[in-house]
Ligand binder design. Structure first.
Ligand code: UGA
Length: 443
């Protein structure tokens, strides 16, 4: 399709969509964010986000004020207005299964195709099973008004929670899967600013674009489970898992990033993406190709159980009624997201075993309380650790990294700590008579 890009719509205003819409406005386009949930549209218009993401509320408010950004539920109006439509709805893990739930993507694409009354490009951003873009292109051709020219492109997103704005405005690379040079040219206009900075531009086909996304997340998950598998070894034979990671990380072919051993990965992406990828390749008769991801998943889940087992060991196998302070409940720092969170899992297991669990997290308690309302969430770190018999550090927020034994010595009843993210300095704690353990450290 050939269009001049002035007006952009983003369908779905969750994490990805809200960020993308605000960033497109920042790049100078007129942008509308579309969602079926009127409540969400009302709060976003006021700059209120249902999740924590540094810098994003400010950016949204800025462009609602400049008039470049608005939000609506009216897809028909958007279909007559935008030149480029980004699909940014969710693809959660199906209930009771391991594949991706494609209902939202399919429904959004079909409704959009029917609503479009001007030549335009639909660009898929959601993380999807390979083969989806080709299927959706057929769906669009079938549903669209025959008088307009509408094509489909695939443009996966690699943003990290906590750095969503930065990752969207200055990405490491841009990947676009298209079926024509004209469609690619439209996307070059959308991303002209990044291209001017020489951001790598990978123009490819649908399948590659879809696979790049899941391959990247599968690789990251594998890297984390790789080091965590070695943590299981050092726990038995001794050795220092962090030094091991540093040493192999110096090899530039390996690199140090994502080699932090600990309680493992969580969140709304890595766990579900490796499961959906296995499910998809199995459908294609290739289950053997991604079987190792099952192992990656298992290693990861074992780490949570290990953290719980260490807690039991430290409390002489009896946790009932004992106060345990769990520091960090989000799946990672700078986020309020508790989806598939290792810290929350550890807290819930200990709570279910009868421990008196007190959780402190700078951002995550509200979301965690929705899932586990009976756990105690404290407003301060102090309240969580006071009279605790055990402290467990499960998410490496800056304020926990900075903790010293002097901060806690006189609060706790017994000096025991599990550093499940390997961010504290053991000798310092041991010098103050703390029983100090880490995942990856021989007890
Ligand atoms: C991940 C990818 O990093 C993004 O590139 C991708 O766009 C995103 O998923 C997505 O598909 O939308 P995110 O879920 O925000 O981003 O989180 P990460 O920063 O990747 O961290 C994932 C988990 O791995 C966290 O629980 C973190 O604590 C854990 N982790 C990370 C480790 O246990 N060790 C490490 O060395 C690194």
């Amino acid at each position: 399709v050939s269009v001049i890009v002035e007006n952009i719509s983003v369908i779905g205003t969750g994490y990805l969509g809200a960020t993308h819409a605000a960033c497109m406005a920042e790049l100078g386009f007129n942008v509308v964010g579309v969602d079926i949930d009127p409540g969400k549209i009302a709060s976003l218009s006021a700059g209120d986000l249902p999740f924590h993401e540094p810098g994003l509320p400010e950016l949204i408010r800025k462009h609602v004020t400049t008039g470049r950004l608005r939000f609506t539920t009216d897809l028909d109006e958007v279909g007559a207005w935008a030149d480029v439509h980004f699909i940014a709805v969710g693809t959660p893990q199906v209930r009771g299964g391991t594949g991706a739930d494609m209902t939202y993507v399919d429904t959004a694409t079909a409704s959009l195709a029917r609503a479009i009354t001007k030549d335009s490009l639909i660009v898929g951003k959601s993380t999807v099973p390979v083969g989806t873009a080709a299927r959706l292109a057929d769906l669009v051709a079938e549903q669209k008004n025959p008088d307009v020219d509408v094509s489909l492109a695939w443009n996966p997103e690699f943003l990290r929670e906590g750095f969503a704005v930065k990752d969207t405005l200055t990405p490491d690379r841009l990947v676009v899967g298209t079926t024509s040079q004209a469609d690619e040219a439209v996307l070059r206009r959308v991303y002209a600013e990044a291209l001017n900075r020489n951001t790598p531009w990978i123009a490819t086909d649908f399948q590659t674009a879809e696979l790049v996304k899941v391959a990247a997340n599968a690789f990251l998950a594998t890297k984390i489970s790789f080091i965590n598998a070695f943590a299981e070894v050092t726990e038995t034979v001794g050795g220092n898992i962090t030094t091991l990671a540093d040493a192999i990380g110096h090899d530039t072919r390996i690199g140090r990033k994502f080699l932090n051993a600990g309680v493992g990965f969580g969140g709304g992406c890595l766990p579900k993406d490796i499961r959906a990828l296995q499910t998809r390749v199995a459908e294609l008769g290739l289950d053997h190709s991604m079987r190792f991801l099952d192992e990656v998943d298992q290693i990861n889940l074992r780490r949570r159980k290990k953290a719980v087992a260490l807690a039991f060991d430290l409390l002489s196998q009896d946790v009932i009624g004992k106060k345990i302070a769990v520091l960090g409940i989000t799946f990672k720092p700078l986020s309020d997201d508790v989806r598939d969170s290792p810290g929350l899992d550890v807290a819930a297991r200990l709570f279910n075993a009868g421990a008196d669990v007190h959780v402190y997290d700078p951002q995550g308690s509200r979301n965690a309380a929705k899932r586990y309302p009976r756990i105690t969430y404290t407003d301060t770190l102090d309240d969580a650790v006071t009279e605790a018999e055990l402290v467990i550090l499960t998410t490496e927020w800056e304020e926990f990294r900075a903790l010293t034994p002097e901060d806690l010595n006189h609060q706790v009843t017994t000096r025991r700590i599990i550093d499940a993210r390997n961010v504290l300095h053991p000798p310092h704690w041991e010098a103050h008579d703390w029983t100090f353990t880490q995942l990856g450290r021989k007890v």
